[in-house]
Design a protein around this ligand. Sequence first.
Ligand SMILES: N[C@@H](CCC(=O)N[C@@H](CS)C(=O)NCC(=O)O)C(=O)O
Length: 218
Amino acid sequence: MKLCGHSVSPFVERVLIALEMKGTPNAVVLSDVAGGFKSEEHFSHHPLGKIPFLLLDDGRSLSESQSIVEYLDSVAGGASLVPTDPFDAAKASRIVRVLDIYYSNAIGPMGRVAFGGTATDEEVADAKNRALPEALKYLDACIEGETYAVGDGWTFADAAIMSHLYWFERLMPQFGAADLSDYPKLSAYWDTAQKSEIYQASKARADRSVAKFFENKK
Ligand SMILES: N[C@@H](CCC(=O)N[C@@H](CS)C(=O)NCC(=O)O)C(=O)O
C-alpha cells in the first residue's frame, strides 16, 4: 500500500506515527502524490486535492487521515490503537475531534502565514488570544495521563496529538504564544511525549520534509 503525501503535513505524520505505535511501520510506502499534486489523478483519489490518501494495491483509495489510521489499524497487524473499552475508545475519538475541529481551525491563520498565505492581524490576534486557548483548554480537559492520552497504552489519539503539536512548537514561537503551562495535563503529557522515540523519529521526518518543502519553494 502507498501512503501518498509528505511529512510536512501533520495528517500524513499522524498515519506514520500510528504505524510506528503499532509496530508496523512498513505497512505502507510513503510516496509522492500519484499523478502529481493537484493533478486529475490526485483529485480522483481525494476530491479536495489534499494529502494524505492511501492507495491500496488493488487500486482503491481512501482519504482522511483518521479513516486511514482506522483502516490500517484493522489490516496492518501489530498492536491495536483502538482501546478495547468502549468508553476509552470514545474518549480517544473525542481527542481527535477536538484536534481536527477546534484546534486545527484555531491554528489555521498561523499556518497560513507560515506557508506564505494571508491572515489579517485581527484573525491572528483572535486565534492567539481566543480560539487557540479555548481549543487547548478543551484538549487539556480530555488528556488523562502523562504517557498515554487515554488508558494505559498508545491509542490513535496519541498519534493525532503528537502530529498536531509538532506544528504548535514550530509555529507559535514567532507569534509569542508557545507556552502550554496554562494547560497542566497537556503540558505534562507533551513533556513526556517529546522525549519518546516515536515523537523524535516523527520530528526528524517532519523537519526534513519541511526543509525540503521550503527549499523547493525558493
Ligand atoms: N481532514 C484531512 C486534512 C488534510 C489536509 O488538510 N491536508 C493539507 C496538508 S496539512 C493539504 O493537503 N492541503 C493542501 C490543500 O488544501 O490544497 C485529513 O485528516 O486528512
